[in-house]
Design a protein around this ligand. Structure first.
Ligand SMILES: *Cc1c(COP(=O)(O)O)cnc(C)c1O
Length: 389
């Protein structure tokens, strides 16, 4: 049999595999499993976005291959939205690139920049894509531990100078998955200084920039002085508009920094369906403020329910300002986060993500996602109270 490429062996084993197996087994036994493991909104995409797709899909002008970089209308809309939201001017020609979901861009930007042996600074715990693609590309991930005492922000002073000099990319993700932590402008100013000193390109994954507690506004790294010279920012329509299945996002930043990604993509994919870009235009242009307020209130309500439950059973968890996750400490009587997740599945039929699925520094924590219907979340919290009391 033909062997798959050896580079696939570099990817760490999928830590959810055992939990997936247990979940399938429990479901087969007839257990009513409630999964709080996956960050995928339970609410539908707003109707004005669905209607924009329906209309655009029926228009034959949208049926040929799309533009590689994204349609002119899409790029102009992103630039206008970005200016309104962050006060940052972007040139739709060259400083905006459409993505087939931001995950695609985050993976490909590594292939566009990293040669074998190059260092990539990756947060741990973190979204697994940064490390996996660094390894696939033959790069060397250097772990930036995220710690509770520092508000889950990396301590850049702890990166040895020789490592920093060999680093090509620095991945950041604020608001943060899995911890729910946020970064403010003073942190980004420190990042800019570090990136300038060591000539590192910062990749800021802003997938949750629009998902926060009522009234919270995440800043863009491109807002701070010098940010545009050292950083690219990756945005996604998935989480703020309940559009995970639609696969649309964008990268923004200085044209010369964005171009290598555009070149790689031109040789890989042929862009996202223009009708889906039209739907994204409707999302960015027509979604009323009230819709975001309701979304923030929905997650706030669920956040409170989960935090109250955890407090009642003696589990420590900070109140996150943003994202739809709760990141909490595993009670001490459990040997590991994996054991704790297995216990909850076995005893309560509730799935949570073990922290070590996001890296070694996630060990001892677990993540709950707030993207399940209210009644199911309430039921899951009842079960947690019962088995952890
Ligand atoms: C969900 C998520 C993404 C990917 O979003 P898509 O645009 O749907 O690909 C990227 N980064 C983080 C941290 C996420 O949680």
């Amino acid at each position: 049999m033909v062997q798959p490429a050896r580079r696939l062996e570099r990817i760490p084993p999928y830590l959810f595999a055992e939990l997936d197996r247990m979940q399938a087994e429990a479901a087969a036994r007839g257990v009513d499993v409630i999964s709080l493991g996956i960050g995928d909104p339970d609410q539908p995409t707003p109707p004005h976005i669905v209607e924009a797709l329906q209309k655009a899909a029926a228009d034959p002008a949208n049926h040929p291959y799309p533009s590689y970089a994204g349609s002119r209308r899409f790029r102009e809309t992103v630039a206008r939205w970005f200016h309104g939201r962050f006060g940052v001017e972007l040139d739709p020609d060259g400083e905006v690139l459409a993505l087939i979901g931001s995950k695609e861009g985050l993976a490909h930007v590594i292939w566009a920049y990293v040669d074998p042996g190059d260092v990539v600074l990756v947060p741990d715990p973190g979204y697994p894509v940064y490390k996996a693609h660094t390894l696939l590309a033959g790069g060397e991930p250097y772990v930036l531990p995220l710690e509770e005492e520092r508000g889950w922000l990396p301590d850049l002073d702890r990166v040895p100078a020789d490592v920093a000099r060999r680093a090509k990319l620095l991945f950041l993700n604020y608001p943060n998955n899995p911890t729910g932590a946020v970064a403010e402008r003073d942190f980004y100013r420190r990042v800019v200084e570090f990136a300038r000193t060591y000539d590192v390109l910062v990749i800021q994954d802003a997938a949750y920039s629009e998902v926060g507690e009522p009234g919270y506004r995440a800043p863009s790294i491109l807002e701070v002085e010098g940010g545009r010279d050292v950083a690219l920012e990756f945005h996604s329509l998935s989480k703020p508009y309940n559009m995970t299945g639609w696969r649309i996002g964008f990268a923004v930043g200085r044209a010369d920094l964005l171009r290598p990604l555009a070149t790689l993509k031109t040789n890989t994919d042929s862009g996202q369906f223009t009708a889906i870009q039209e739907a994204a235009i409707a999302a960015l242009q027509q979604t009323p403020e009230a819709w975001f307020r309701r979304l923030a209130e929905l997650y706030e309500r669920r956040r409170k329910l989960v935090l109250d439950t955890l407090a009642a059973v003696g589990i420590a968890a900070a109140r996150p300002k943003a994202t739809f996750y709760i990141w909490a400490r595993v009670p001490e009587r459990f040997a590991s986060d994996g054991d704790f997740a297995a216990f909850l599945l076995r005893e309560a039929g509730v799935v949570v993500s073990p922290g070590s699925a996001y890296g070694d520094h996630g060990a001892g924590y677990f993540r709950i996602s707030l993207t399940v219907p209210d009644d199911r979340l309430a039921e899951a919290m009842e079960r947690l109270r019962r088995v952890l009391a």
